[in-house]
Design a protein around this ligand. Structure first.
Ligand SMILES: *[C@@H]1O[C@H](CO)[C@@H](O)[C@H](O)[C@H]1NC(C)=O
Ligand SMILES: *[C@@H]1O[C@H](CO)[C@@H](O)[C@H](O)[C@H]1NC(C)=O
Ligand SMILES: *[C@@H]1O[C@H](CO)[C@@H](O)[C@H](O)[C@H]1NC(C)=O
Ligand SMILES: *[C@@H]1O[C@H](CO)[C@@H](O)[C@H](O)[C@H]1NC(C)=O
Ligand SMILES: *[C@@H]1O[C@H](CO)[C@@H](O)[C@H](O)[C@H]1NC(C)=O
Ligand SMILES: *[C@@H]1O[C@H](CO)[C@@H](O)[C@H](O)[C@H]1NC(C)=O
Ligand SMILES: *[C@@H]1O[C@H](CO)[C@@H](O)[C@H](O)[C@H]1NC(C)=O
Ligand SMILES: *[C@@H]1O[C@H](CO)[C@@H](O)[C@H](O)[C@H]1NC(C)=O
Ligand SMILES: *[C@@H]1O[C@H](CO)[C@@H](O)[C@H](O)[C@H]1NC(C)=O
Ligand SMILES: *[C@@H]1O[C@H](CO)[C@@H](O)[C@H](O)[C@H]1NC(C)=O
Ligand SMILES: *[C@@H]1O[C@H](CO)[C@@H](O)[C@H](O)[C@H]1NC(C)=O
Length: 822
């Protein structure tokens, strides 16, 4: 009896399975539109609905329905879709209601023909969806093209916008919007060129560059549950000793993790393999060459299935991308539990696309018992850059260059804004707790490379991790030696990223060694951002990169050693000697120069995003250098982690406009710099919870006194004896401008620099008359004040110190100066 019911269940589930397979994947959101067509069109098992069926989701615009009787189209399975098109004379939008959040697939069909006065070959236009740029300045001379994209839709609608270029128009022959199975695209994937994972893939748009079926056979959309096209590999194959195997029947998805939605049996059932039958010592790679757009990261998915069922048993082989190991000694048999015909796939991310060639190889591993390598399928997907674009932006071209600089603005969503407010509250405590931590340590949480999208910098930025292009890579053993095996005694700082050690190389070079915790998930991207930024920018006032190490899963960055630590440690909370006013001005000028260079030194402005006294380091001559580029970036990013991190990393220094309007520009750095100037002026922490409430926030406190015309209440008492009044005034004035609520009212870093220099000139001029040291010029006054305290106020308000005078201050002033003179 039990046996019978068991069989019943078995046959039922078998039946159910059959139904599943027969019907394939049923997308909940399923829009198929045969644009321009008055009729429904059958394509394979699907029906593309007539254009007018969906006219209500299209923004009202003058659109033209076009058709052709072109004979140049071969009768491929989707050829009916190309006979008609919709032409957009002006920007137009499709707004698709979305039932199911998650990754959706968008397919756009294009075939240019001539319709009345419209020659579709001349059409030039851009397409964007949500906030992703899918196509920009797109033009198609001839032939049909299907563009395929996927991205995560988190709202209840998808807006697809067609924007014609000036004096041009846009068109589309057909379009598809379907929801994808959740298992299709992972949230993260291993990076080929470095240890660690690429995070946050779900926030990226992907564009299918190619789907390739190995085994010299094209798999048409009818045979794929998601109607994907898999082209034959033979045109990409570099000549080598290969053989083709085909055994579709052997493919079995049963009990495995791979479903038919990942790839159909006709993909797993054919393969290109190394032909080692005649030569058991054969040692060659099978290589496929693909052309891709340089400057992007790519998600590459390898599909494997042992359909060979070799009598020789298991085999090992290596998988490479651009000569990097994508998988070393890949053991298919073990990964598929020795089940012949069970599919397996893995994903990797590659960023080494400084050239437009992507090569994929499989070849024998020396660890294997006999030469064998096989590949069944391959997918290459372009990942949207940090500008949310899938197109190389035009910004490197001509006049747009300068334009883009002024337009680099971060716009976070509303939810991001709410998040910031929450984070700010908690960040107060957080920041207070970690005040003392040395800030040569980065703690950015970016999820992407920063420089990748700038085409003109590809050769630099993308090759950062290959020894051939950069001499920065250091062997781990050398670093171990330099830091005395990462001795605790040499730790000079700790932070979110890991620890910073002082190191001395054999040749006597002192360095700062920042060692990332291998556990830290975000660390990897910080690591890259830092290296990419630092290797690109060389400036007297930016901390230099000496090298890095990524051996053995390490994430180590080596910087020039800054003898005098952070500016912060010289201003308060330490027993370091007090900086003179002149020194403070020089430090200000140095760091302003560094920032000015960041903002203007390259074609795209770099926003540091984490300007603070802890990120300004001083060398043995107290020369200032700006450090910590982990958060720096050229472009926007809208995910929450990064927003909250930005707040975390620089609370107290944060541009209020950024908080309220979520716009980050270079002026946000200017604001933060203004805060640093106040720190320098007042010699206290930005947030000091130990002080009375009205004093906790430095900016509020100082600006309140400034409004009352008594900024002197806040000035570091150490300065009073030495600073020239005029120079102080200039300084306060600049700081105040930097702290303007509205970014537009703040000066450029260049202006700040200029004004600081003039403040220094004033100071120097006043110091000149007497060369007896910093305090000398004021000595006579002090004597006067000390003996005639009652006269002090008058003396000051009339004298050159002007508003700086106040009784309490002059007393302090006198006492201090006396002590110094002894
Ligand atoms: C196209 O198909 C839809 C849905 O099946 C149907 O409602 C519509 O009437 C059809 N349109 C034409 C022109 O046949
Ligand atoms: C398409 O329909 C044909 C017959 O109508 C059927 O044999 C085939 O399995 C279907 N394909 C898919 C992917 O559903
Ligand atoms: C179809 O093709 C013929 C000859 O190529 C041409 O004369 C005719 O105008 C075309 N019809 C349309 C609707 O394009
Ligand atoms: C349409 O434009 C293409 C590209 O500009 C050109 O080669 C072709 O001759 C044009 N066709 C017609 C009919 O004007
Ligand atoms: C796109 O960006 C705008 C701000 O420019 C934002 O308000 C909106 O929520 C974003 N849309 C999506 C779908 O992310
Ligand atoms: C889509 O985004 C949401 C929110 O960010 C996330 O929870 C979900 O896992 C994502 N889905 C996919 C398929 O990436
Ligand atoms: C692939 O197939 C084509 C014909 O369809 C043939 O000419 C070519 O030699 C094949 N390539 C390989 C590697 O077998
Ligand atoms: C399936 O996936 C789980 C978790 O991702 C893993 O533990 C298991 O080994 C996988 N099974 C096979 C057959 O790959
Ligand atoms: C593999 O080969 C063995 C014998 O060589 C055969 O018994 C078995 O059925 C084959 N398996 C498959 C899946 O083809
Ligand atoms: C296969 O390619 C890898 C990466 O380019 C290379 O290191 C290896 O030497 C090649 N093997 C053979 C046998 O050519
Ligand atoms: C800049 O634009 C011109 C014309 O639009 C083009 O010919 C040139 O190749 C572009 N240069 C770059 C670097 O993209």
């Amino acid at each position: 009896m039990g046996n019978l019911s068991f069989q019943l269940i078995l046959s039922c589930s078998y039946l159910f399975c059959l139904i599943c397979i027969a019907s394939g994947f049923v997308p909940l959101d399923n829009y198929l539109i045969d644009c321009g067509s008055p009729r429904n069109a059958s394509v394979g098992n699907r029906t593309f609905l007539a254009d007018n069926f969906y006219s209500d989701i299209l923004s009202t615009a003058q659109n033209i329905l076009a058709n052709t009787n072109s004979s140049s189209l071969s009768s491929s399975y989707d050829s009916t879709l190309y006979l008609t098109a919709r032409i957009f004379d002006q920007a137009s939008r499709y707004t698709f209601p979305i039932k199911e959040n998650g990754r959706h697939l968008i397919r756009l069909y294009f075939f240019p023909f001539v319709y009345r006065e419209y020659n579709l070959s001349t059409a030039k236009f851009s397409i964007s969806a949500q906030n992703f740029t899918l196509l920009e300045g797109f033009q198609l001379d001839k032939g049909s093209v299907v563009k395929e994209y996927s991205f995560n839709i988190t709202t209840n609608q998808l807006v697809l916008t067609f924007t014609p270029n000036t004096d041009s128009f846009a068109f589309v022959n057909a379009l598809e919007v379907i929801s994808l199975p959740i298992e299709l695209i992972p949230h993260s994937a291993r990076i080929v060129e470095m240890p660690g994972d690429y995070q946050n893939l779900q926030s990226k748009a992907l564009e299918t560059v190619l789907r390739v079926n190995m085994g010299n056979q094209t798999v048409h959309p009818q045979k794929d549950t998601l109607w994907r096209l898999w082209v034959s590999d033979d045109t990409f194959l570099k000549h080598s000793t290969v053989s083709i195997v085909s055994n579709v029947k052997a493919v079995t998805y049963k009990n495995g993790n791979v479903t038919e939605n990942i790839a159909p049996p006709s993909v797993y059932g054919t393969a290109t393999k190394l032909d080692s039958v005649l030569d058991p010592n054969l040692n060659v790679n099978i290589t496929w060459l693909f052309s891709v757009d340089a400057g992007f990261n790519y998600l590459v998915r390898f599909h494997f299935c042992d359909i060979v069922n070799s009598t020789l048993g298991s085999f090992l082989f290596n998988v490479y991308i651009n000569s990097w190991f994508a998988y070393r000694s890949f053991d298919l048999s073990t990964l598929t539990s020795n089940v012949i015909g069970r599919p397996y796939y893995f994903d990797v991310i590659t960023s080494s696309t400084s050239s437009s060639a992507l090569s994929v190889s499989v070849g024998p591993s020396p660890e294997g018992s006999y030469p064998m390598a096989i590949l069944n399928g391959l997918e290459i997907m372009k990942i949207s850059n940090s500008q949310d674009s899938l197109e190389t932006s035009d910004s490197e071209n001509g006049s747009l260059k300068t334009n883009s600089r002024s337009k680099i603005i971060l716009i976070a969503g509303l939810s991001g804004g709410i998040c910031i407010v929450l984070v700010v509250v908690s960040a107060l405590f957080f920041v207070c707790r970690r005040r003392r931590k040395l800030a040569a340590v980065g703690h950015s949480k970016e999820d992407n490379f920063v420089m990748n999208q700038t085409g003109d910098k590809n050769s630099n930025s993308l090759a950062v991790f290959s020894t051939s292009t950069f001499g920065y890579r250091y062997p781990f053993t050398a670093i171990e030696e330099a830091t005395n095996n990462f001795s605790e005694d040499l730790i000079i700082g700790t932070g979110g990223f890991g620890k910073v050690y002082k190191g001395i190389f054999r040749d006597g070079t002192k360095v700062a060694v920042k060692r990332g915790q291998s556990k830290s998930q975000q660390g990897l991207t910080e690591f890259r951002t830092e290296i990419e930024m630092l290797s690109q920018f060389r400036h007297r006032h930016l901390v230099s990169l000496i090298g890095y190490c990524d051996e053995r899963n390490e994430m180590i960055i080596i910087y020039e050693f800054m003898e005098n630590g952070t500016l912060k440690s010289h201003l308060y909370c330490s027993d370091r000697p007090v900086l003179s006013w002149k020194q403070r001005l020089e430090i200000c000028i140095g760091s302003a120069k560094g920032l000015h260079y960041l903002h203007t030194g390259s074609t795209r402005a770099i926003i540091h995003r984490d300007v603070k006294s802890a990120n300004i380091l001083l060398d043995e001559n107290l020369m200032a250098k700006v450090a910590d580029f982990g958060l720096s970036k050229t472009g926007p990013e809208i995910d929450q982690t990064h927003v909250s991190t930005a707040v975390k990393g620089s609370f107290g220094y944060l541009d209020p406009e950024y908080l309220t309007r979520q716009q980050l520009t270079e002026k946000s750095d200017v604001y933060s710099f203004g805060v640093v100037m106040l720190e320098i002026l007042c010699g206290r922490a930005v947030i000091d919870p130990s002080l009375p409430r009205e004093k906790v926030n430095l900016v509020e406190w100082a600006m309140k006194w400034r409004e009352r015309g008594r900024i002197q209440e806040t000035i570091d008492p150490h300065l009073v004896a030495q600073a020239s009044e005029e120079s102080l005034w200039k300084f306060v004035e600049i700081a105040e401008k930097c702290l303007a609520q509205c970014g537009l009212d703040r000066p450029q870093m260049g202006d700040v620099l200029w004004n600081l220099e003039s403040a220094l000139q004033v100071q120097l001029k006043e110091e000149k008359p007497s060369d007896k040291g910093e305090l000398a010029p004021r000595a006579d006054w002090i004597g006067y004040l000390d003996t005639h305290p009652s006269a002090s106020t008058t003396q000051f308000s009339m004298g050159s110190l002007g508003d700086l005078a106040s009784v309490s201050m002059s007393k302090l002033f006198a006492k201090m100066a006396k002590e110094d003179m002894r």
